[in-house]
Design a protein around this ligand. Structure first.
Ligand code: HEC
Ligand code: HEC
Length: 334
């Protein structure tokens, strides 16, 4: 009799519990579904002419004082739109204070720079062109230089029939191109859409850990794996982060959660490039990082066994798209 009861309970568990889990998993997958279209702001709508011109400018070394640096020098498509150095090299060959972040999927962002000090891609683009440590070219000089090149005069007239070549339009063209830098389809995306074989059983277990026990999804949420918020994750770096912008002591050491797409190509990791590998990143989260008053309450040491560690890594590796080839634009000679 006792035996019979146990069997009934187990049968109930199977028939009620399993579909609920499947529904939960589908709901969880849906949180990561790729958007259908790129959002462009009303005051800088997409046109193909603007995007094409912006791409030329993104690759244009003549936008730097010494004609040696372009945006691509530090945001290289071959390395997930970053560079494989802890500190990117700027004007005069000197390293910058922070690692260059990726420029992928920023059409969906609302703040830019690790500390979020720019409110739009248009505003952001002025920073690297003018910063003495980066391209070191005042915008007025940049516009003058471009105006001396016939190919650019024509391209600006086509892209901006009203005003042609102006400081604002240089920034608008670059921002339009940047919004088109969207990561390609990955094995993970195919799995989200229903191809059960697209990722391994280990990666599927890793996805569950990412959303559950390992707490990653609390901050790395949504299709681009970022909540777009600022957190102190307890890195040793003395960088003031968001606190340097707001002056609020509670924001010290906090940086904006980076997205995790194309993460394999994006080493070294973190704003200071202090972690060389994804294994090192996981080890940081397992330790919980440096305890200090500003450290996020989510940053507590994690218990992951060897198999779980491997599953989480396997999952992170499903977020890269194959064959990311970006053609060089033709830049006008004069
Ligand atoms: C010498 C290297 C270097 C060059 C050249 C450079 N950048 Fe950057 N870029 C960086 C670094 C470093 C940061 C992060 C700085 C910070 O957070 O304080 C950054 C941040 C950014 C961000 C913000 C990303 C984010 O996650 O918030 C964007 C967008 C960007 N750069 C675009 C550009 C554009 C457009 C150009 C060309 C006009 C350019 N960069 C040129 C190194 C560079
Ligand atoms: C409290 C919020 C939070 C949690 C929880 C969290 N992260 Fe992060 N993650 C961040 C922030 C913020 C950064 C950037 C830190 C910096 O460089 O200053 C980051 C950086 C990263 C990076 C490096 C990205 C780059 O561009 O260099 C990886 C990879 C990463 N996290 C993976 C994970 C994984 C895996 C987990 C779960 C084990 C996790 N994160 C949990 C907020 C979080």
């Amino acid at each position: 009799m006792k035996h019979f009861v146990v069997v009934i309970t187990a049968a109930l568990c199977v028939s009620v519990f399993v579909p609920a889990v499947a529904a939960d998993l589908q709901a969880q997958k849906d949180l990561y579904r790729r958007p259908q279209a790129i959002p462009f702001p009303a005051d800088n709508p997409y046109t193909i002419e603007k995007a094409a011109l912006g791409k030329m400018l993104f690759f244009e070394t003549r936008l730097s004082r010494d004609n040696n640096l372009s945006c691509v020098s530090c945001h290289n498509p071959s390395f997930g739109w970053q560079v494989p150095f802890a500190k990117a090299i700027g004007a005069g060959g000197k390293p910058l204070g922070r690692k260059s972040p990726t420029t992928i999927n920023h059409a969906w962002g609302n703040t830019f720079f690790w500390d979020g000090r720019a409110g739009s891609l248009e505003a952001q683009a002025r920073g690297p062109i003018e910063a003495p440590a980066e391209m070191d070219l005042p915008m007025a000089v940049a516009v003058k230089r471009l105006g001396e090149i016939e190919g650019y005069r024509l391209a600006f007239q086509k892209a901006f029939p009203d005003k042609g070549l102006t400081e604002d339009n240089v920034l608008k063209a670059i921002a339009t191109y940047e919004r088109t830098i969207v990561t390609g389809d990955t094995p993970f995306d195919r799995w989200v859409r229903g191809d059960e074989k697209a990722i391994s059983a280990s990666a599927i277990r890793g996805f569950a850990l990412f959303n559950g026990k390992a707490r990653c999804a609390t901050c790395h949420s949504g299709w681009n794996f970022s909540d777009e918020k600022f957190h102190d994750i307890g890195l040793r770096s003395p960088d003031t982060g968001r606190g340097g912008v707001t002056g609020n002591p509670g924001d010290m050491h906090a940086t904006r959660t980076p997205g995790l797409r194309e993460i394999v190509a994006r080493a070294p990791y973190m704003h200071d490039g202090s972690l060389d590998t994804l294994e090192g990143v996981l080890a940081h989260y397992i330790s919980g990082g440096t305890a200090r008053p500003t450290r996020s309450p989510l940053m507590q040491s994690l218990q992951l066994d060897g198999a779980e560690f491997a599953d989480l890594l396997t999952f992170l590796r499903t977020l890269s798209s194959p064959g990311n080839v970006v053609a060089m634009p033709n830049l006008p000679a004069r």
